[in-house]
Design a protein around this ligand. Structure first.
Ligand SMILES: Nc1ncnc2c1ncn2[C@@H]1O[C@H](COP(=O)(O)OP(=O)(O)OP(=O)(O)O)[C@@H](O)[C@H]1O
Length: 713
């Protein structure tokens, strides 16, 4: 373990030895306690820290490049409503509130609110953790990250130049392990903690190989990167743009919500790399002439466990069967489910398993805190959250919730308290989503309330705190959520509100924690104060929600009228083909949404009580908790479902498979350390030559995806 700690310190050592970085780790005495709001200066951001470039630099230019994909402008109506209500209130209570004017001090904190929270260390005896197979493997493997250097990896000059411009000094462990092997063209299943640089780990060798593509002839798309969310697609696009800024490699972005026509124009030119979300990619495959995946030689699944779960199953199957069977496939995530590993074992060709962290590890520098909510005090979640973000975690804080409705409500509630807040979830338009993210990145807002759409992969520099308003569905969800902070060697804090029904997952977190976690207790009188504050806000929240409801109804009617007008003029709506029929799509939706029946009955219940507008305090979070519980029940049901015997040949299973092979046997190489070292040392000449000559991998037999069929397009 000690050895392992040392290893991590090396990985994240880009912070200069003499630089001061807050230490929130167990050894630290520094507790995070309430403070008065500091006056806002840019120096809030640790300017001396040069792990990444500055926030401004991070967003510079890349956003402009992206702007071609964003045609509509985002409208921020909720914030206007919040400030209108606040202005009205300040007029009513002129004498008092004016002193607390947001310009002078964002939120006024009385002395009693500054009372310290109680922090208790959860005394977990750190038992020597049982070493998993992966631990044993990586304890032994001589991946020498200390001395590893990008310069010894046979990367070409334009890439090295980009690396140095991005201020990457040493490769991280996953990069040191992946790059040489990926350059060999091998299939990889890679797992490393959040924020350890997996994007560059798979992208650098891919770009290197692309530099050796045949220079003449018509352009073809050779690399496909699939990601589960639109925001992550945008981010991978931006990082790739940076990495290949000194090359002539072309990149296309095909994610949902962004302008279809612009994407079509880009895809028609067959860019070397396409970064896509599955749904939008299928849409283009069906509707964009001359764009196809026939020539894809490298397929990368970022957040592989998510990409291969049942929600994406049908779409992934449709995409994968269109890629060349002799491609190189790389799967990456901070969490790998057993299913993915098994699937990879049978579907990839002699894959190498690179597990730098066990798939239950949170980031090394993360300090984990919990706040216990007693059964009868579920209604305290909102006051607790308000007390946390108003007093302690005022800046660069992400709050995760389970439902879009709750995200919106909290945006209004915290906004009315005087905080600068944005929301991010699937009910917003894509321009609104990107704008919210941008405002949080550039620190225009301090708090981002988000659903799990922001939980995976997003790399937002300087996120200091992640708050879980309710515990997520699984420990994997938890790892990804809290992984938005403590990235790339920085310190970060997570605070999770945990009720009685959520204790199981808390226990699991504690069991997997490298260091003991902490218990935070907010003083009862502080909590009482926030309960009262929020109670007074209820009519204002209701007013804003009502106004928004009226607006929605109005625009619904307007839309109907517009549609009717179009029909009368004989302008039919453009219908885009899809790989499933409408019926199949609906059936799949119903199958996946176990809440379907429940929602139906809920709706009936709700209509019964129509007119009763005031929610009981517990109802405010009951939707949140019941959604988590339902998802957990569904997962448990699936887990306990007996596995079916294959009565048909394995080729017909979802992602294909090799007949007669024992699933895990393909990972035989994982313990073969010498082999990994040998591969590391050998040059990447072979793989370059392969691209150069355009020769296809003769190994064959990659059955990830059904056997390729002749396409008649
Ligand atoms: N070698 C390096 N040196 C310094 N910084 C690096 C290096 N590699 C990556 N980074 C930075 O680390 C941060 C995290 O990288 P990235 O988003 O690829 O992590 P990840 O492992 O994919 O995380 P997640 O599991 O959350 O998706 C980024 O800001 C990136 O610029």
């Amino acid at each position: 373990m000690v050895q392992k700690k040392a290893m991590y310190k090396d990985v994240v050592k880009t912070i200069g030895e003499d630089e001061e970085v807050s230490d929130y780790s167990e050894e630290s005495d520094e507790e995070l306690e309430p403070t008065k709001q500091k006056s806002r200066k840019n120096t809030d951001f640790d300017t001396g820290f040069d792990f990444l470039t500055s926030v401004e630099e991070y967003n510079e230019d890349k956003w402009n490049d992206l702007s071609k994909y964003v045609k509509r402008k985002a409208k921020y109506k909720t914030d206007d409503k919040i400030s209108k209500v606040r202005q009205k209130r300040s007029l009513e209570e002129q004498d008092k509130i004016e002193d607390e004017s947001p310009a002078k001090e964002q939120i006024y904190l009385s002395d009693d609110e500054l009372k310290h929270d109680k922090i208790k260390v959860k005394q977990k005896k750190i038992k020597k953790q049982k070493e998993t197979e992966a631990d044993i493997f990586f304890e032994d493997v001589d991946i020498d990250t200390k001395d590893a250097s990008f310069y010894q990896m046979n990367l070409s000059r334009p890439l090295l130049k980009a690396i140095s411009q991005m201020k990457f000094v040493h490769p991280t462990t996953i990069q040191a392990a992946t790059i040489p092997i990926a350059l060999e063209g091998r299939d990889i299943c890679g797992c490393a903690a959040t924020g350890t640089g997996k994007t560059a780990a798979y992208m650098l060798p891919t770009l290197e190989r692309l530099l050796y593509r045949p220079s003449s002839g018509i352009p073809v798309t050779r690399v496909l990167v699939l990601v589960p969310t639109r925001e992550l697609g945008v981010q991978v696009y931006q990082v790739t743009k940076q990495l290949c800024q000194f090359t002539d490699i072309q990149i296309g972005l095909a994610v949902g919500g962004l302008d279809l026509k612009t994407q079509e124009t880009v895809l028609r030119k067959n860019p070397d790399i396409v970064i896509a979300t599955p749904g939008r990619l299928i849409d283009h495959l069906k509707s964009t002439p001359s764009f196809n995946l026939d020539a894809v030689e490298v397929l990368i699944l970022d957040e592989a466990d998510r990409m291969l779960d049942e929600y994406f199953a049908e779409q992934m199957n449709e995409i994968i069967k269109q890629c060349s069977r002799t491609r190189q496939t790389m799967l990456f995530s901070a969490t790998m489910s057993e299913e993915v590993e098994n699937l990879a074992a049978v579907s990839l060709s002699k894959p190498i398993r690179l597990f730098v962290d066990s798939n239950k590890n949170v980031a090394y520098n993360l300090r984990q805190e919990f706040i216990r909510i007693r059964a009868e005090r579920e209604s305290d979640r909102e006051p607790i959250l308000a007390a946390l973000v108003c007093r302690v975690f005022k800046e660069h804080c992400m709050v995760f919730v389970q439902t879009k409705k709750q995200a919106h409500r909290l945006h209004i509630m915290l906004g009315l308290l005087g905080l600068k807040v944005a929301e991010l979830h699937g009910n917003l338009s894509q321009p609104q989503r990107l704008e919210a993210l941008e405002r949080f990145k550039t620190k225009t807002v301090d708090i981002l309330v988000a659903t799990d759409v922001a939980a995976r992969g997003l790399d937002i520099p300087g996120v200091q705190t992640v708050i879980n308003f309710v515990m997520p569905v699984t420990i994997e969800h938890y790892i990804h959520r809290v992984g938005r902070t403590a990235r790339a060697g920085r310190a970060g804090v997570s605070v999770s509100l945990a009720g009685e029904s959520e204790r199981k997952i808390v226990k699991e977190v504690i069991k997997n924690a490298r260091n003991p976690v902490k218990n935070r207790i907010i003083p009862p009188d502080v909590l009482e104060k926030y309960r009262n504050k929020l109670e007074k806000l209820e009519p204002e929240i209701a007013e804003i929600l009502q106004e928004e409801y009226n607006e929605r109804q109005l625009s619904k009617v307007e839309n109907q009228v517009n549609r009717a007008e179009k029909l009368l003029k004989g302008e039919a709506e453009e219908k885009r083909p899809w790989f499933q029929t409408k019926k199949q799509r609906q059936e799949e939706k119903n199958r996946l949404d176990s809440t379907f029946q429940k929602n139906k009955s809920d709706k009936k219940e709700k209509t019964k009580f129509k007119g009763k507008s005031k929610e009981a305090p517990n109802d405010k979070v009951s939707d949140e908790l019941s959604k988590v519980a339902l998802a957990q029940a569904r997962l448990a049901k699936r887990k306990h479902k007996p596995k079916r015997i294959n009565t048909v040949r394995e080729e017909t299973t979802t992602f294909g498979g090799k007949l007669g092979k024992k699933q895990k046997s393909f990972f035989g190489e994982k313990n073969d350390n010498t082999k990994i070292r040998t591969i590391k040392k050998s040059s990447n000449f072979k793989s370059k030559a392969k691209f150069k000559s355009g020769a296809k991998n003769k190994k064959g037999g990659k059955t990830f995806g059904r056997p390729q069929q002749k396409k008649n397009r």
